[in-house]
Design a protein around this ligand. Structure first.
Ligand SMILES: O=C([O-])CC(=O)C(=O)O
Ligand SMILES: [Mg+2]
Length: 564
């Protein structure tokens, strides 16, 4: 059996202060007496030799001294930039408590205030003005073996809009989860922010803003720049997987279409969110003893994320036996002007195929030009309501009550992040439906007490999907990420649903079980990649061993010195 790399010594020429200043290698007070002597560290550290658990206990005490989530976030990022192994041990020990701090929702604040709270360098900022020297820029990344890149241009960070280089915060947060929940070694990850400017006036006028102070580059210049970046990545790290994150709607889909058959990549907001949503819906329907293909689904927000999920829902309905046209007739997209309806002006291609035909809503009665969300609730009588609008408060009491009137146990999923952008808070939805509801949100919420009963709130966030995809892709060196790989990730998630399996607990397994779930997703994803000819061929036992061997653990290795 292949021994995990982590049990073997690590050979390095770094020594003295440079070793302590390299977060991937630094062990701080855990350097042993022998290592301190061999690496010229004697005297640079307090005399006591500590274990990683002792270090983690001190760090947790310091962490707990901060009240505000943003200050806890800043503290954890400092630990990360100082000692990555310790950072991940701390996360592992307190995953449930710390996920909302390093990731959604607090990561949203960290992106908005990126320049204000900036401490030290992490990741690669790639400026448009550097476009002719991208090979040099990528060479500056000291990591030789980058295997997972999360790249954003910061134009649509969560539901917070254009954050310019603040988008780096989300790339960092996603990759922390790749490690914490998908076992990808931090030595293999690289957060990237493409700085093509910002149209956010507040940032442009903010003296502390650290990005380039010009408006966003757009059109052909923009696409050419992204292309230069992708080509440079292919030259430097030909096997790296690229996750597109938080690109604005007009660019997200074209970029995905352009690269999905060229490199190993996916768009987290379109495909990752679709995969987790379909997985959650499958589990919710199973827990009701029903099929997704028997449900009517309303989406609020017809951007690339909403339409991406809708297409995935449709393809699931078709796999359950509906025709494409039948499935489309059961899906209703509502955007700022109302229900997407045949003949509506200015629709994008991906919206055009999701309109309702005039004759299928001929017997609806409504007053404006297009049916409003409330009209859709009254006339379509949906079973499922999904919010991906980024607009707080759109699920009003009237909307939810109109839905409940026609559906005994509605499935309601306000998915917009972070919490301040949510369509309706879950405790309100429970109150308005008198507890007769299945809820999932994009951001985390504590279980809700209502009339003596406890209601868990599932966090339908793409974090259930991407770590497992990454682990599977790495295990078999997959060259592409196909729709079937994403579909099997949804099914694997649904199959792990406590509520669907036992009639009790949440619709989704708790996030604390993500590492185990990611291994299962990785296994299934890798098998599909092999079947489709995108990956190394391995038998099941060898694949399981590979996944385990690839799963990095926050433990210190023993170091041996080599000359530099
Ligand atoms: O980051 C998250 O929590 C989920 C996500 O991709 C988004 O909202 O853009
Ligand atoms: Mg996102």
């Amino acid at each position: 059996m292949r021994q995990s790399e982590q049990n073997t010594p690590l050979y390095t020429h770094y020594a003295g202060p440079a070793l302590l200043e390299t977060p991937l290698l630094n062990k701080g007070s855990a350097f042993s007496r022998e290592e301190r002597a061999a690496f010229n560290l004697t005297g640079l550290l307090p005399p006591r030799y500590e274990t990683i658990e002792e270090q983690a206990a001190r760090a947790y005490m310091q962490y707990s001294s901060f009240e505000e989530p943003i200050n806890k976030h800043i503290y954890l990022r400092v630990v990360q930039d100082n000692n990555e192994t310790l950072f991940h041990r701390l996360l592992q020990n307190h995953l449930e408590e710390m996920l909302p701090i390093i990731y959604t929702p607090t990561v949203g604040d960290a992106c908005e205030r990126f320049s204000d709270i900036y401490r030290s360098a992490r990741g690669l900022f790639i400026s448009y003005s550097d476009r002719d020297q991208l090979d040099d820029v990528l060479r500056s990344a000291t990591k030789k073996k980058v295997k997972v890149i999360v790249v954003t241009d910061g134009e649509r960070v969560l539901g917070l809009g254009d954050q310019g280089i603040g988008g780096m915060g989300i790339s960092i947060g996603k990759l922390s989860l790749y490690t914490a929940c998908g076992g990808i070694s931090p030595a293999y990850t690289l957060p990237v922010c493409l700085d093509v400017g910002t149209n956010n006036e507040k940032l442009l006028n903010d003296p502390y803003y650290m990005g380039n102070r010009h408006r966003r580059i757009s059109g052909d210049d923009y696409y050419e720049f992204v292309d230069q970046f992708i080509k440079a990545v292919k030259r430097r790290w030909p096997e790296a997987m690229v996750q597109f994150e938080d690109f604005a709607q007009p660019n997200a889909m074209p970029l995905l279409k352009r690269y999905r058959d060229q490199i190993c990549c996916f768009n987290d907001d379109i495909q990752g969110t679709a995969a987790v949503t379909v997985g959650t819906l499958l589990a919710a329907c199973r827990s009701k003893g029903e099929k997704l293909s028997n449900q009517k689904v309303v989406f609020v927000g017809a951007g690339s994320a909403g339409c991406g999920i809708a297409e995935q829902v449709i393809s699931q309905m078709v796999s359950e036996g509906l025709t494409d046209a039948q499935a489309r007739s059961q899906v209703f997209m509502v955007d700022r002007f109302g229900l997407l309806t045949e003949g509506m002006a200015d629709l994008r291609d991906f919206q055009q195929v999701l309109v309702q035909h005039k004759n299928s809503i001929a017997d609806w009665s409504f007053s404006g030009d297009y049916a409003s969300l409330r009209d859709v609730m009254n006339c379509a009588k949906p079973d499922i309501l999904i919010g991906v609008s980024g607009v707080a408060g759109l699920f009003t009491e009237a909307v939810i009550k109109a839905m409940k009137k026609n559906c005994k146990l509605p499935i309601i999923m306000p998915l917009s992040n972070p919490i301040k952008q949510i369509e309706a808070r879950p405790e309100k939805i429970i109150e308005w439906t008198d507890g007769q509801v299945i809820i999932a949100t994009g951001s985390p919420f504590k279980p809700i007490e209502y009339k003596g009963k406890t209601y868990p709130v599932a966090q339908c966030n793409n974090s259930y999907i991407f770590p497992g995809i990454g682990l599977g892709v790495l295990a078999v060196k997959a060259q592409r990420i196909s729709d079937d790989m994403l579909r099997v990730a949804s099914e694997t998630l649904a199959a792990a649903s406590p509520l669907a399996n036992t009639g009790e607990g949440g619709i989704l397994p708790p996030l604390t079980q993500l590492a185990e779930l990611s291994k299962k997703i990785a296994f299934e994803v890798a098998k599909v990649a092999m079947r489709q000819g995108y990956a190394l061929e391995l038998d099941d036992a060898a694949l399981l061993r590979k996944i385990d061997a690839n799963f990095w653990k926050p433990e210190y290795r023993h170091y041996k010195r080599v000359s530099g």
